[in-house]
Design a protein around this ligand. Structure first.
Ligand code: FE2
Ligand code: FE2
Length: 239
C-alpha cells in the first residue's frame, strides 16, 4: 500500500498536523524537533529507510490516532506558551534534580563495570543546568513577551521586531540540548539496561529515555509552532 502522504512535507510539519506521529519518528530515530526542517524523503534517505514503508506506517497511525488530545497547532500563542510551561517545563522541574542524583550515584558505584557512566553523569549535570537556565529565560523574558504580542500590547523592554534575537538564542540552545541527548543515547547503547544493573541504574536509564521523548516533543512545539508563529505575528504587526 502506498499512501498519499507527501514525501516533500517536513517532519516538523507532519508532527504539527498530527502530534501522534511523534511516536513513529521516535521509534525510527528520526529527528522531528531540531532537525524538523528535513523532508520525509531526505530523512528516510539519510537513515536508509524505505520511504513507502514509512509512509504506510504514518498512514496507519494517522488513521488510528485519537482526537482527544488537543493539538498544539490549534492553540493561540498564549495557550501554547501556557501549555508548554504547565506540561514540559513542570516535568523538567520535577525530574532534573532526581536525574542528577541518580547519575552521580550510578557513576560512583558502577564506573568500574562501565567507565562511560562517568561521562553520562557529566552530560546529565550539564544538560540539567542548561535546561534550568533555558526554561527560566523562556518563562521570565520570552513567553511574557509572546503573551503581550498575542494580546496586542506593546512589548516592554523590546524594540520593534526584536523577538527574532531571543528566539534565535533559544533555538541554538535547543540544538545543544539535542546534541546532549544524542550523546546520552550513544553512551548508553540506546538506553539498554545492562544485566548487572541495580534499581538506580535501571531507573536512570528509563528516566533518561523518557526525558529524551519529552524534550523532543517540547522542542518541536517551540521550534516548529510557537516560534515561527510568533515571528509571523510580530512581522504582521510591524508591516
Ligand atoms: Fe521550553
Ligand atoms: Fe525552549
Amino acid at each position: 500500500m502506498t499512501t498519499a502522504i507527501n514525501p516533500e512535507a517536513t517532519l516538523g510539519q507532519l508532527v504539527t498536523e498530527n502530534p501522534a506521529l511523534s511516536r513513529v519518528f521516535e521509534a525510527l530515530g528520526l529527528d522531528y524537533c531540531c532537525g524538523g526542517g528535513k523532508t520525509l524523503a531526505e530523512a528516510c534517505h539519510a537513515h536508509g529507510l524505505d520511504p513507502d514503508a514509512v509512509r504506510d506506517e504514518i498512514a496507519r497511525v494517522e488513521a488510528s490516532s485519537s482526537e482527544s488530545q488537543p493539538n498544539p497547532a490549534d492553540m493561540s500563542l498564549t495557550e501554547l506558551a501556557d501549555h508548554i510551561e504547565q506540561t514540559h517545563h513542570a516535568y523538567l522541574r520535577e525530574v532534573l534534580s532526581a536525574l542528577q542524583t541518580m547519575s552521580a550515584k550510578v557513576a560512583s558505584a558502577h564506573a568500574g563495570k562501565d567507565p562511560r557512566l562517568v561521562e553520562v553523569d557529566r552530560v546529565v549535570r550539564n544538560l540539567a543546568h542548561e535546561l534550568e537556565s533555558h526554561t527560566l529565560k523562556e518563562e521570565r523574558i520570552l513567553f511574557p513577551a509572546i503573551r503581550r504580542l498575542d494580546a496586542g500590547q506593546p512589548l516592554q523592554g523590546f524594540t520593534c521586531g526584536a523577538l527574532e534575537n531571543p528566539i534565535h538564542v533559544m533555538e541554538m540552545e535547543h540544538d545543544e540540548a539535542g546534541q546532549a541527548l544524542e550523546r546520552l543515547r550513544t553512551l548508553t547503547d540506546g538506553y539498554t539496561i545492562p544485566d548487572w544493573a541495580c534499581n538506580t541504574c535501571r531507573g536512570l536509564l528509563t528516566e533518561l529515555e523518557r526525558l529524551e521523548k519529552d524534550l523532543h516533543l517540547h522542542i518541536h512545539k517551540e521550534n516548529n509552532i510557537l516560534f515561527p508563529r510568533t515571528l509571523e505575528r510580530e512581522s504582521a504587526g510591524t508591516n
